[in-house]
Design a protein around this ligand. Structure first.
Ligand code: PLP
Length: 421
């Protein structure tokens, strides 16, 4: 294995350390390996050496992660006032902070314009002419970037765009006029587009087309500091899925943008943190049913929402079965406890609170410790207190040490917002 592998699989985690962490901090518990976060940043920096890499912080906004990413040299792409606040809290400087305003509430614009007074080098990205007006009203005349809705391909027209697409960005054909107008009042520094989370090993075509259109637009409007082509770099959630060929994506991106007189910027979120995190959870209930065995764990859709919300696949290992068997890694390989198809559910009163169905796993027992892979991106970040379930704790690993970076929410904290009115 190379020093900085393209992917870290669930089986690559050290089962014994994870068992020790669960024993010390209880479950459900998020574990973030900051060394792996750093490795992911380093691979990005080396694939995009002359480009600017911005971390889309919404994938994981924890302070320890943000500090690690900042030290590794990535800028910060923020989607709300709260994320801007967190970026500054983690030591980011104005010139490294980009705030992308998506249908921004007034309080967000107020906050960011205030922050700009103190950090005049921050950049605000707008996705509507309306937002430009609201910034003007607030006296903002700083660094402005326009988010472009690039459509889905050549010949595409704004009138046939789907509603979901139209939410984001200024329609491609209207960007030159808006930019020209904005240049009168603002320091227009860039154009930006983000297609979604779609870049995978065998589907580079959409990305290439988006980048090509952005290059064309950049040549059309002239005088820009950067062209930001978004994030969406995929990670392999399935054990047998190959990792993204980052160098190939970088080459395709540079080729598609063509000759531009501006810095190319990318803003990966998931890629930076996904495989740096696992979620540890214990089995509460084992219930044989007619067609499957239902295994109830103490982490549910309020802990890790992705399976319920997107139907996402996450690798799962039974660390207790692996221990009983003396298996080394966290792959749950076992001879005594033969694999049976199990349906893993959380403790939430919702039928969508299911992690996986009919997954072959070593026969589980009450109290078994499970590890859920690729939980570092959009994991804790999407946790909620639905069903009045306190949010989990989080531990960070760094240079062989571990430390609690987010304590477990307590039951008594659930009523706090009501207690103080
Ligand atoms: C969410 C988001 C990203 C990151 O997406 P990933 O799929 O996590 O890489 C980048 N840019 C913007 C504007 C986003 O909203």
């Amino acid at each position: 294995m190379s020093e900085n592998p393209d992917v870290r699989r669930l089986a690559d985690w050290d089962g014994e350390s994870l068992r020790a962490l669960a024993a010390e901090h209880d479950t459900p518990l998020y574990v973030m390996d900051l060394d792996r976060v750093r490795e992911n940043c380093e691979r990005l920096k080396s694939a995009f050496p002359d480009e600017e890499v911005r971390y889309a912080v919404k994938a994981h906004t924890g302070r320890a992660v943000l500090e690690t990413v900042r030290e590794a040299g990535l800028a910060a792409e923020c989607a709300s006032a709260g994320e801007v606040m967190r970026a500054f809290d983690a030591g980011y400087e104005g010139h490294e902070v980009q705030y992308t305003a998506v249908n921004p509430p007034a309080v967000d614009l107020d906050y960011v314009v205030d922050a700009w007074e103190e950090h005049p080098d921050l950049t605000i990205t707008v996705g509507a002419a309306d937002t430009v007006d609201r910034l003007r009203e607030r006296g903002f005349d700083g660094r402005l970037c326009v988010r472009v809705n690039p459509g889905v391909g050549a010949g595409h027209h704004e009138k046939v765009q789907t509603g979901a697409n139209a939410k984001f960005g200024v329609p491609y054909d209207r960007v030159p006029d808006l930019l020209a107008e904005a240049r009168e009042d603002f320091d227009v520094v860039g154009i930006h587009a983000h297609a979604g989370s779609g870049i995978s090993g065998d589907d580079l075509e959409n990305h290439r087309e988006l980048v090509r259109r952005m290059g064309e637009l950049a040549r059309d409007v002239g005088e820009l500091e950067f062209v930001d082509v978004g994030g969406g770099f995929g990670v392999p959630y399935h054990e047998d899925e190959p990792p993204l060929d980052l160098e190939a994506v970088a080459d395709a991106t540079r080729e598609a943008i063509g000759d531009i007189d501006a810095t190319l910027a990318v803003e990966p979120g998931r890629y930076v943190v996904a495989d740096a995190g696992v979620l540890l959870t214990r089995v509460n209930t084992v219930k044989p049913a007619d067609d499957t065995t239902v295994v109830g764990i103490d982490a549910g859709m309020t802990t890790l929402l992705r399976p319920a919300m997107y139907g996402s696949y996450h690798a799962l290992a039974n660390l207790s079965a692996a221990e009983a068997d003396g298996a080394d890694g966290a792959d749950g390989a076992d001879d005594d406890r033969v694999a049976i198809p199990v349906t893993v559910t959380g403790p939430i009163c919702e039928s969508s609170d299911v992690l996986c169905e009919d997954r072959p796993l070593p026969r589980p027992a009450r109290g078994d410790l499970f590890a859920i892979g690729n939980a570092g991106a959009y994991g804790y970040e999407m946790a909620s207190t639905y069903n009045s379930r306190p949010r989990p704790a989080e531990v960070a690993l760094e240079s062989g040490d571990s430390r609690l970076v987010r304590r477990r929410e307590q039951l008594c904290e659930l009523t706090e917002l009501e207690d103080h009115v």
